[in-house]
Design a protein around this ligand. Structure first.
Ligand SMILES: NC(=O)c1ccc[n+]([C@@H]2O[C@H](COP(=O)([O-])OP(=O)(O)OC[C@H]3O[C@@H](n4cnc5c(N)ncnc54)[C@H](O)[C@@H]3O)[C@@H](O)[C@H]2O)c1
Length: 411
């Protein structure tokens, strides 16, 4: 098929390149982009004309202070900003016809498509099709999704929904289940999927806090038991306590959902609690770092600044949220991360024994993709250092003491 792609960013470029393995794909972005397999064109008119399906994956941003890398639970709830999506839809609609299909991928709150976007479209057909994709594994996630979400006006499964399902069948590796719903239902599935993950991580990290405060508890014994309780609870993913939920999507989705809770007058705001707990859990880790550093006269280093291993993005990083609370207590903090896109306070070597938070654990982050190699140290760890390991996978050596944060059993 002939495919057009508007927005070749973190999600869009990889998605377009995956499609280009089987189809002819052209792409457009306001920022110049290059690709070996996607033909980059200079205007929306060019990316639309002659193509069967046109996908849109442009940003639905929040202001920077809402990304979750510093405290945000106290800020006024705000919706995403839909200006860019509306501009792209309006421009694409000018040149498209009823023989073509326009597909929006960008994340939006429930009700947005019907209220904001559909009134702008009169020349072409439209589907809302959000993705469940994580940074660092975009191409793998793209062809191995948990499900495909295809939103139509009335949830009908024929016509355009069938066309899109047939298209995805040509590129998928895992034969995913397909959920066809109304636009509004698919908007819900996407954002509530993310908030379920935030809540799940908030719960297991609460058990980590209980272990730290109560004593005689290894959080892994508790979470492993719960993770295997598939009769009533659920599966094992996101059931290892450690760092908090992070990145460009989940924290800000919860913030937008706070706005939704308010505007729908739900009468309660679970999302506020999830975000508030996420911040206090970060503050608890920061307090522990400060306690170890002050009692030993050492400085504090966080190993891993990006929001997860092997990506450069510091957006929504839990490391910097912990760093924020360390600084609030009057201590300085440095980060070790050779690829972080925000170099503030990043150092390349650790000079002298330090208290080091082992923020990145590659195996735990990417295990589900079948990649099980662990994080290698990003630099030499000076003898005499103390590592606080919130994943509890490192072992002490004669030179380096490892503290398993969340395991307070007497060993
Ligand atoms: N990144 C993910 O893993 C992920 C996963 C699921 C959903 N999403 C959603 O997908 C959307 C895009 O996310 P992203 O992470 O790729 O964002 P991004 O900021 O990395 O990429 C967006 C791209 O759109 C381009 N752009 C901005 N304005 C434009 C315009 N007027 N015309 C054409 N291109 C324009 C930008 O230059 C950028 O390359 C967001 O709504 C996000 O919530 C992202």
């Amino acid at each position: 098929m002939y495919i057009g792609f508007i927005g070749l960013g973190k999600l869009g470029m990889d998605a377009a390149e995956v499609m280009a393995t089987k189809h002819k794909v052209s792409g457009y972005d306001i920022v110049p982009r290059t690709s070996d397999s996607v033909c980059v064109v200079p205007t929306i008119k060019d990316v639309v004309e002659g193509n069967d399906i046109v996908f849109i994956a442009v940003p639905t941003p929040h202001s920077k202070e809402y990304d979750g890398s510093i405290p945000s639970a106290h800020l006024d709830p705000k919706d995403f900003d839909y200006t860019i999506v509306k501009e792209c839809i309006t421009e694409a609609n000018k040149y498209m016809t009823k023989d073509q299909l326009l597909v929006l991928i960008s994340t939006v709150l429930p009700g947005t498509t019907r209220r904001e976007f559909v009134p702008l479209i009169n020349n072409t057909r439209f589907i809302y099709n959000p993705y469940l994709i994580a940074m660092g594994s975009v191409k793998w996630d793209m062809v191995n999704p948990e499900m495909l979400m295809i939103g139509t006006e009335d949830g009908s499964t024929t016509g355009d929904a069938k066309l899109l399902t047939d298209f995805y069948e040509t590129i998928m590796e895992n034969n995913p289940r397909t959920v066809v719903g109304t636009w509004d239902e698919c908007e819900c599935i996407k954002v509530f999927y993310n908030t379920f993950i935030s809540a799940k991580i908030g719960l297991v990290n609460m058990i980590q806090d209980v272990a730290e405060k109560q004593g005689n508890i290894n959080v892994d014994i508790v979470t492993d038991a719960l993770a295997k309780s598939t009769m009533r609870i659920m599966g094992p993913k996101y059931m290892t306590a450690g760092m908090g939920d992070a990145g460009g999507c989940h924290p800000r989705d919860n913030i937008a959902l706070r706005y939704m809770a308010q505007s729908l007058d739900l009468g309660y705001d679970l999302f506020d609690s999830i975000m508030g707990a996420r911040e206090i859990q970060a503050e608890n880790i920061a307090k522990r770092l400060v306690k170890e550093a002050s009692s030993r006269g050492m400085s504090i280093v966080i190993h891993g600044k990006a929001f997860k291993p092997e990506v450069e993005y510091c957006v929504g990083s839990y490391s910097t949220l912990i760093g924020y609370y360390v600084k609030k207590r009057g201590y300085s903090v440095k980060y070790i991360d050779p690829i972080a896109d925000d170099k503030t306070d990043v150092i390349s070597e650790i000079h002298g024994p330090s208290v080091i938070l082992w923020a990145h654990n590659r195996r735990i982050t990417y295990d589900y993709t079948g990649q099980s190699a662990n994080t290698k140290p990003y630099c030499d760890i000076p003898p005499g250092s103390v590592i606080i390991d919130p994943w509890r996978t490192l072992e002490s050596t004669t030179d380096i003491e490892v503290i398993h944060y969340g395991n307070t059993r007497q060993r």
